[in-house]
Design a protein around this ligand. Structure first.
Ligand code: NAP
Length: 303
């Protein structure tokens, strides 16, 4: 069978797109090979999603998933390896085991975490090097950890680790956080140690993380800090393999270029959520999912 809409990615954007598409009367197939919920699922605490003053990312996306799955005709728990078609003829999506046809495609593939790219990072990955405090923080309660980065993720993760009883060093390459002001105040209140103008040159340790070699960017001094763990939170890069396969126009930074109704330059291809790089917030992703589904509906039913 040919589905009306194929949705790739089942984070808040893809989930919202599924709800709206189905309610517009379009049949839906969803492809998600990772954890449903996207990056939001990994956030220890979300405080700015309307209606939920405080909720963990996993609880919020679990509620969203329960809701959205009711609107999914077929769920494929596999990576889309290839996409072909276009120019109004629909698209063929291939996974390892399946081949499916859709009339329109909504891309909600989000982003993946960035790596530091320093010696020791790969060797000690999973042995003290982590990219997710929610997933791994528990192992570091009452231990000494570093969080690298100065954005909202780094701030939220540092606070979460502090709440678990860890001694936390937030290491940022500049002298001002990119994170919202509210976090700066809280980091100070909770006695997170802020290390400014500093970059990690190497992660040290044989079988597990033992220390970091740091460089001060202002005076060039090199130092070492003993830590049991390091949480890398230096931002994300777009997962843009599918849009590339389809010839979708990307912005210079690799995010998908969309109009205000989430249409891309390719007929019947839409993008929503973090992959559009507009404002990586759950509330924005959900809203864009609705817009993408409405655009698909309008375009597919146009005479
Ligand atoms: P981000 O906002 O892009 O911040 C990344 C941070 O890492 C920046 O402080 C950046 O430094 C630093 N950085 C980047 N590359 C680095 C490198 N190679 N070495 C050292 N430091 C590096 O990423 P994010 O914090 O993951 O947030 C991603 C998006 O999700 C944002 O839109 C954010 O607002 C959103 N988010 C929101 C919430 C919330 O609303 N509560 C929570 C989590 C995430 P510079 O500042 O010098 O560039």
């Amino acid at each position: 069978m040919t589905f009306d809409v194929g949705i790739i990615g089942f984070g808040p954007a893809g989930m919202s797109a599924a709800i709206y598409a189905k309610r517009f009367g379009l049949s839906t197939i969803v492809f998600e090979h990772g954890i449903s919920g996207g990056n939001a699922a990994l956030s220890p605490l979300i405080e700015n999603y309307l209606g939920f003053p405080e909720i963990s990312g996993s609880d919020l996306v679990a509620a969203m998933e329960n809701h959205a799955k009711k609107y999914v005709d077929k769920f494929v728990d596999e990576k889309v390896a290839d996409v072909s078609g276009g120019t109004g003829r629909g698209f063929e999506l291939e996974t390892r085991r399946e081949r499916e046809k859709v009339r329109a495609l909504i891309i909600a593939t989000g982003t993946k975490h960035r790596e530091l790219g320093v010696p020791g990072e790969q060797k000690l990955r999973g042995r003290g090097v982590s990219y997710c405090a929610t997933c791994d923080g528990f192992f570091f309660r009452n231990k000494k950890v570093a969080v690298i980065g100065g954005g909202n993720t780094a701030a939220v993760e540092a606070l979460y680790l502090r709440d678990l009883g860890a001694e936390v060093y937030l290491i940022h390459r500049r002298d001002k956080l990119r994170a919202e002001e509210v976090y700066y105040k809280r980091l100070n209140e909770k006695k997170v140690n802020l290390v400014w103008n500093t970059v990690v040159k190497e992660i040290l340790g044989e079988k597990k993380v033992e220390a970091l070699r740091l460089e001060n960017r202002v005076d060039g001094t090199v130092s070492e800090i003993q830590v049991n763990g390091v949480f890398v939170a230096i931002g994300d890069d777009p997962q843009n393999e599918i849009p590339k396969m389809l010839g979708v126009t990307l912005r210079e930074d690799g995010y998908v270029a969309v109009d205000q109704n989430c249409r891309t330059n390719v007929k019947h291809v839409y993008a929503c959520g973090d992959i559009t790089g507009l404002f990586n917030q759950v509330v924005v992703a959900a809203a864009q999912g609705a817009l993408a589904a409405r655009s698909a509906y309008e375009d597919l039913t146009k005479i």
